[in-house]
Design a binder for this molecule. Structure first.
Ligand SMILES: CC(C)(COP(=O)(O)OP(=O)(O)OC[C@H]1O[C@@H](n2cnc3c(N)ncnc32)[C@H](O)[C@@H]1OP(=O)(O)O)[C@@H](O)C(=O)NCCC(=O)NCCS
Length: 413
């Protein structure tokens, strides 16, 4: 536990910059400049979060915060969630319980604020399991080589336009608000985050563009952004590099129409993208699937259910000939300990304790891992977070919980 000389409190607005410098230094990054604090976006992002700071006397020595997000769960419902972020402890004060104190305060405040889930991106995979988090979805960093990268699958009918810089923010906010919740784990990007994603196409000196797809009904139903870099040697025939920052469509066919436009750009030899889903539609739509090369696959969303009742009843389950009972234990929030029956009709609490005769027994990490339908119950069992008591129940839980397409957030924070 934290020593008694350390206290935790909600960070006041006039302390944000001090707290920002502390967690940035913890991440071995420079402080944000005066210019950064002047830009629209940075202050907004602080105002859009619940910030907890740790203090030793007058000195800030740690920080953790949660953005106020809305997250889609399997079946399409959305729930209030806490996007845990800006976590850092001054190097002189690590391993003394500062993060533990800040995280417990943050998570319990988030429960009090009605958040159903907490989600985060981890700098290191060893930090957050102790607080009940587990990996609920992965993403890929990919490279597509031009040779063989023709889109051969059907694409949505419609037209594509390149946005004028002045229209970028408003148009993307509007279109993304309608098409951005495309998979479990996706969040509605607040304007401060969209400004960050669109920094290049919004700047006046960058080779970066936003395109919008309009369906044959006249409605904008997808958008993408890309930027270009050039080899320094004139006459180098390998072509330019295109960094594809975002591709979002109301359907996979709209995504493919946007990809087709990008992959047909003259002068480009290599396309790179990150935060791509593990089952990326464009991979399966190319003439040569191996022109799509997943260079890195890594954990994306770490998830912790904050209110198991609300989380399990918010999502939908797949058709299945049967039900499972799942006993969950949560040492941090005892109200989450209980037993639920889950079937195609939904989930309902059947006991306020973890019953001995439950089919499956899960830690809070186990149920959090499996919740989005990306990490299988089988994988959660292999990692030691789940135990099967009734043969066949693990396979039944996998049928009930699976999400296809796979979960993916696609928005880094
Ligand atoms: C990660 C970080 C916030 C941990 O803060 P902290 O105050 O040292 O954490 P705590 O003292 O509360 O640690 C709680 C437990 O987690 C363990 N732990 C914490 N961070 C760890 C790490 N990076 N590697 C291994 N173990 C870690 C501690 O050893 C301790 O274990 P114990 O309970 O068995 O003693 C801090 O090391 C840090 O600022 N790191 C650099 C920035 C960073 O990575 N931030 C996270 C961004 S996602």
């Amino acid at each position: 536990m934290a020593d008694h000389s350390i206290s935790f409190r909600v960070t006041a607005p006039d302390e944000w910059r001090t707290a920002a410098d502390v967690f940035r230094a913890a991440l071995l990054s420079p402080p944000a400049s005066d210019d950064d604090w002047e830009k629209p976006g940075l202050r907004d992002s602080w105002a859009d979060s619940h910030s907890i700071s740790a203090w030793e006397g007058e000195r800030c020595i740690g920080h953790a915060a949660g953005f106020h997000f809305t997250t889609m769960v399997p079946g399409g419902a959305t729930v209030p969630s806490s996007g845990v972020t800006r976590v850092g402890v001054t190097q002189t004060h690590t391993r003394r319980g500062v993060l533990t104190g800040a995280m417990h305060r943050l998570l319990s405040d988030s429960v009090g604020h009605g958040k159903v889930l907490a989600t985060l991106r981890a700098s290191e995979a060893v930090i957050y399991g102790r607080f009940g988090f587990a990996v609920a979805g992965d993403t890929c960093e990919v490279e597509i080589r031009r040779r063989g990268a023709q889109v051969v699958a059907p694409v949505a009918e419609g037209t594509i336009r390149i946005l004028d810089r002045a229209d970028v923010l408003a148009t993307v906010m509007e279109v993304h608000g309608r098409v951005g919740l495309d998979r479990p784990g996706a969040i509605l990007r607040p304007e401060w985050m969209q400004r960050r994603y669109l920094a290049d196409p919004l700047a006046t000196d960058k080779a970066a563009w936003v395109i919008v797809h309009t369906g044959i009904d006249g409605v904008d139903d997808g958008w993408a952004q890309y930027a270009t870099e050039w080899p320094s040697t004139f006459g180098d025939h390998s072509g330019g590099i295109c960094e594809v920052g975002d591709v979002w469509g109301a359907t996979p066919q709209v995504e493919l129409a946007l990809w087709k436009f990008i992959l047909d750009l003259d002068l480009i030899g290599t396309f790179r993208a990150d935060e791509r889903p593990v089952d990326d539609a464009i991979r399966f739509a190319l003439a040569d699937q191996r022109s799509y090369h997943a260079k890195i696959r890594t954990d994306e969303q770490w998830l912790r259910l904050l209110r198991v009742d609300d989380a399990l009843t918010a999502r939908r389950y797949n058709p299945a000939n049967g039900a499972v009972t799942i006993a969950v234990t949560d040492p941090l929030f005892p109200f989450n300990t209980g037993t639920w029956r889950v079937s195609a009709d939904g989930a309902a609490r059947v006991a306020d304790h973890a019953t001995d005769d439950a089919d499956l027994v899960a830690t809070i990490n186990g149920i959090s891992a499996a919740y989005m339908g990306g990490t299988s119950w089988h994988d959660a069992l292999v990692s030691g977070q789940v135990e099967q008591r009734r043969p066949g129940s693990l396979a039944m839980a996998d049928v009930l919980f699976a999400s296809r397409p796979f979960p993916r957030c696609g928005s880094f924070f």
